[in-house]
Design a protein around this ligand. Sequence first.
Ligand code: ZN
Ligand code: ZN
Length: 355
Amino acid sequence: MTGAAAKLIARLGEAKLDAFFVSAPANVRYLTGFTGSNGLVVVARSGLTLFTDPRYTIQAGEQSSCPVRVARGPLSRAAAKLAARKRWRRVGFESGRMIFSDYSTLRDSLGRAVTLSPLGPLVEELRMVKSPDEISRIRRSVLTNSLALDAALPVVRAGVTERDIAAELEYQQRRHGAEKAAFDTIVAAGPRSALPHAEPGPQPIIANHLLLIDMGACQDGYSSDMTRVFALGRAPAKLRTIYRAVLEAQQAATAAVRPGVTAAYVDGQARKVLKAHGLGPAFVHSTGHGLGLEIHEAPRIGAKDTTVLAAGMVITIEPGAYIEGLGGVRIEDTVLVTPSGHETLTPTSKELISL
Ligand code: ZN
Ligand code: ZN
């Protein structure tokens, strides 16, 4: 049994539950190794059981670290039958993850004698601190992402469309070992870079402006995340000034990363710098987020998150400033919290490079 499974079982005892049903795919993968799209893990005092459907019989047998039961029909109904056989009285479920129709099936299948208890993000809390194996997977993913950017840069020039650049970046991620992109690649040129989550468009990019690229690889199941901004020719002076301010904020926040400080404190360091440059209102999102099996995980590096950072957490540091009609800048690295402070995993230069 993995350490995570043992910790969850200990939590069952504290919460006076007979079992905990885990259905979020990333949590199922974390607990069992199973990567299929339809899985449910029953965490009981005696151990874990993975439920899946007949499409995944072979795959689950190969991947799962715990016993597998193949069921036809809704997995929550099959798990409820197990609960009835075991005479369980209190069962927990992931209230932030289970969709209502699955909840209804589970509720109806369990019958009135069983109390169904909504539980918070217990598995997500365990996932915040990565194991050495997870950290090495994230390192590889980060490296792949940076190599893919380097390999794609020769196609980036005025006249090429944002969509073509995004396609090239994702092709190069796969060429360098990723299964896929960790999220839809963002390529935003000129004034469109003021949209923090711009979708790549069909229009050719223009010279003498900024180009923002936000990309992440998914390799061995683990994400990386990086944003870089380039100048196509000579960028407007105001945007070059903003670039320097955002870089200063990114470095200040990164320097603050160490075990024992809160996520909110790190966010505050980036916010303080941008405010001093008159860019407080232009910084419209939080400073970063955890990442791992999912691209956005706890903790959120934001003003309201009081999570205390611990060695083994992997987060992004990505302040930005966005001016409507002009453009935006965001600079993002993937950063590991180490026992003595932090290590920036992303090797790509943060100088404003002209292409
Ligand atoms: Zn990103
Ligand atoms: Zn990010």
